[in-house]
Design a protein around this ligand. Sequence first.
Ligand code: FAD
Length: 479
Amino acid sequence: MNNRNNEYDAVVVGSGPNGLTAAIRLASKKLNVLVLEAEKTIGGGTRTKELTEAGFKHDVCSAVHPTAVSSPYFNQLDLGKYGLEWIHPPYPFAHPLNNHESVVVSRSLEETATNLGIDNKAYHKLYDRFVADWGSLSEDIFGPLRVPAYPLKMARFGLSGLPSASTLSTRLFNSPRSRALFAGCAAHSILPLDKLFTSSFGIVLGASAHAVGWPIAKGGSASITDALAKLFKSLGGNIVTNKRVADIQDIPSAKAVLFDLTPQQIQKILADKLPSSYRSKLVDYRYGPGVFKIDFALSEAVPWKDKQLLKAGTLHLGESLEEIMRSEQNAWQGRHSDTPYVLLSQPSLFDPERAPEGKHTLWAYCHVPNGSERDMSQAIEQQIERYAPGFKDTIINKHTMNTSQLEVYNSNYIGGDINGGAQMIQQLFARPVLKWDPYSIPLKGYYICSSSTPPGGGVHGMCGYHAAASVLKKEFGLY
Ligand SMILES: Cc1cc2nc3c(=O)[nH]c(=O)nc-3n(C[C@H](O)[C@H](O)[C@H](O)COP(=O)(O)OP(=O)(O)OC[C@H]3O[C@@H](n4cnc5c(N)ncnc54)[C@H](O)[C@@H]3O)c2cc1C
C-alpha cells in the first residue's frame, strides 16, 4: 500500500517477539513496514548467545515455550518453513522434592494424576476440562479483555482461576507434593501466591503441559525470532538494528508507530505530546519484582538424586508450597530469600547443538526485588545442590546478570521485570491502562504492542497481533 505523505505505512520500535509479530501482521496486508531495533541483534527476550565458553549456546532470556506453541497466531504462520523446530522433552516439567517423592509431569494427564496418588481425582477435577478445551480457550486467554469467543468455557476458567494459588491448592489438594507442584506453576506469575487470580497461572501452565507441551526451540530461542524475521522479510519488511529510539524525532515518518516497549520508555519518548492524564497513568504503571539470572557451562549433566528429572525440560525448585510462597512474598516486598524459588532448564539434554559433546548448558533464575543488585549465585547453587549433591563440582564457568545488568541488556526489563509490568489482576487485562483498546495511545497514529499490553509476558506474539489489528482498523480501515 502506498502512503504518499509518509516514508512508511508503519514503523515498529523494538524487535522482540511482539514487535516482529505486529510487523508481520501489518506486512501481510501489503503495508510498507520498518522495524527499528536498539541492539546489534534482533530478538529482545529470545536471543541465544555463547555467554560462558565457546561452543556453549545459552538462551539469554526465554528458554521454554508453552506460550509460543499455544499462540493462535504463531500456529497460523507455519514458522517451520522458516527454520523453527520444536523439541519436546519426554516430561514437560518436574518438581524435585527431598522430603517427598519428586513429581514429574508427563504429556499424559492420566499418568500425571495417577502419579499424584491421593490427589489423583483432584488433579483430574482441576485440569480435565481445560485440557480438553485448550484449543478454544487459548483464543480467549491470549486476547484482550472483550466479549469472549467461548463465553461458557471462559466463565469456567475465570471462576477457577480467580482464587489465589495458595487458597486453591490447599482447598483442592491434600498432599504436599501436589501443593508444591501447583505453586511451582503459579509462581511463574512473579506475584505473591496469596493474590487473587494467581491460580490462573497455575491452571494455564499446568493445562498447557498436557495440551501442547513445554518445548524448547532447536538451536535456542533465537530460532523463534529468526523465523519471524525471515517471514517478515519475505513479505517485503525491513529491519534496521543498532538504532535506538530515544526521541520521537528518531522515528521516520509513518502513518502508524508501534512501540514494542514498556510504559516508562514510551512516556519518555512521547513526553508532553501525550495527554497529561494518560502520561501520568504510564508513570504510575507498576513494575513487578526482578530476576537474577545464571547461565552455567557444565562438565556433565546435573547429578540429580532422582534420575527421572533428567527427562524433564523445566524444573521448579522449592521444597513446599510454603517455601515457594515465602520466596515470592519476599521478592514482592523487597526482601531476598535464602531458599529462593528457582526455575531451571538444561536444554543440552535434548538439543545436542547447545553444548560440546558430553558437556551441558544450564539456564536458571530466581525472582528478586525490583532493582536488586544482590548476587544470588550462592543461593541458587545451594538450591540446586539440595536436590543434586555434587552439582557445584560440575561447573566449568558461569555468567550472571542482576536486575540492572538485565536492564542494560534489554531496556524493556525495568528494574529486572521480565514481563513488561506486574501481572496482578488489576494490571493483567488493563495493561498499561484500563481502555477498551489498550493498544492505542491517545495520540493519533501511536500504539503499544509489547508485553505491557494484554495478554502480557511470554513469547507468544499475541500482544503484537492485537496491536496490529487495532492499527489496521483505525489507520487503514482494514479488518
Ligand atoms: C531471564 C528471562 C527468562 C524468561 N523465560 C521465558 C520463558 O522461558 N518463556 C517465555 O515465554 N518467556 C520468557 N521470558 C519472557 C519473554 O522473554 C518476554 O515476555 C518477551 O520477550 C516479551 O516480548 P516483547 O516483544 O514484548 O519484548 P522484548 O522481547 O523485550 O523486545 C523488546 C525489544 O525492543 C528493543 N528496544 C528497547 N528499547 C528500544 C528503543 N528505545 N529503541 C529501539 N529498540 C528498543 C529491545 O532491545 C528488544 O529487542 C523470559 C524473560 C527473561 C528475561
